[in-house]
Design a protein around this ligand. Structure first.
Ligand code: TA6
Length: 298
């Protein structure tokens, strides 16, 4: 069976061995296993903290939480009663069927519509569809945001909060971000936009940077391995790693967890995307295992 459902979890299985696990809670992908040239047996590509709660009591510390309709603390009047990163990552989504099941990949669809709990804090009518597709060496996620209003524009932010598993965050480089303008959330003094000067961005120090108008084509590399990320309609990208000083204060972060991941998060988060009544916006990402000889086992 290419797709198995058990309780609130869906497992996708590709005939060539790759797999992905998705929680209905938050539509959070909590595992993606794929092989590469060096390792014929698929291995885990995402980081989930061993202290993460997977019981639906709080957003998952790891995997791919879906951020909608606000990124970070709310700044738009429509979002004023929402908590950090919005509600999509902390609501139970509905299974909406198998989209594809063939040699190319296996794909499923989840949906989220306003519930009484959501409308108590957010009054805009919307319909979200989330499609997760697993191929032999790739994982794609597509978020469809339909403005279900007949009269009002929908303004929102959206982001895929990817926790990419790495052998050591000290050895990671992210390309190509050079010359992009970015907002440095770790710098309380210099709150303006900076310009990235590095050819490859590392996260050896606590990093929380929002790059604007980014190329939507990135690589996270470490000696002998890596992951590629391509996105569509997600003009910004966030690089986040708290390192020890900040990471050790995060309640559900495992000890040393910050050494085992880097967050590379494509999104529309500087300003607000706008969708006309009745129309749908689609944001997409494709994560690919870099298939090089000599990769480091994670
Ligand atoms: O995407 C980076 C970020 O916004 C950071 O500022 C950091 O707080 C992180 O997300 C985690 O947020 P969370 O609400 O999951 O603790």
């Amino acid at each position: 069976m290419p797709v198995e459902q058990s309780g609130g979890q869906i497992t996708l299985k590709h005939p060539k061995g790759a797999s992905a696990d998705i929680l209905l809670y938050g539509a959070t992908v909590i595992s993606w296993k794929a092989a590469d040239k060096q390792h014929s047996v698929p291995f885990e590509r995402l980081f989930v903290s061993s202290k993460a709660l997977l019981d639906g009591s709080k957003p998952v510390r790891g995997g791919i939480p879906v951020v909608f309709p606000c990124f970070g603390a709310p700044t738009h009047p429509d979002h004023s009663r929402l908590s950090q990163h919005g509600f999509a990552r902390s609501e139970v989504w509905k299974w909406d069927g198998l989209v594809m099941d063939n040699e190319a990949g296996v794909s499923v669809r989840l949906t989220l519509e306003p519930t009484s709990k959501i409308t108590a804090v957010y009054s805009k009518p919307f319909h979200l569809t989330y499609v997760v597709t697993l191929a032999e060496h790739q994982l794609s996620t597509d978020l469809h945001v339909k403005n279900a209003s007949t009269s009002d524009i929908l303004e929102f932010q959206a982001l895929f909060h990817n926790y990419i598993r790495v052998p050591s965050s000290n050895d990671v480089l992210i390309h190509p971000l050079q010359n992009l303008r970015y907002f440095d959330k770790t710098d309380p003094v210099h709150q303006g936009l900076k310009t990235e000067t590095r050819t490859g961005v590392d996260v050896k120090e606590s990093t929380d940077s929002i790059y604007e108008d980014a190329p939507q084509n990135y690589q996270v590399t470490w000696p002998g391995g890596g992951v590629k990320l391509r996105s569509v309609n997600l003009k910004d990208v966030v690089v986040w790693n708290p390192q020890k000083e900040v990471g050790s204060k995060i309640g559900d972060m495992e000890d040393g967890g910050w050494e085992r991941y880097v967050c590379l998060e494509p999104g529309y988060v500087r300003g607000f995307e706008k969708v006309e009544p009745g129309k749908t916006w689609i944001g997409q990402q494709v994560l690919s295992a870099i298939r090089e000889e000599g990769g480091t086992n994670l």
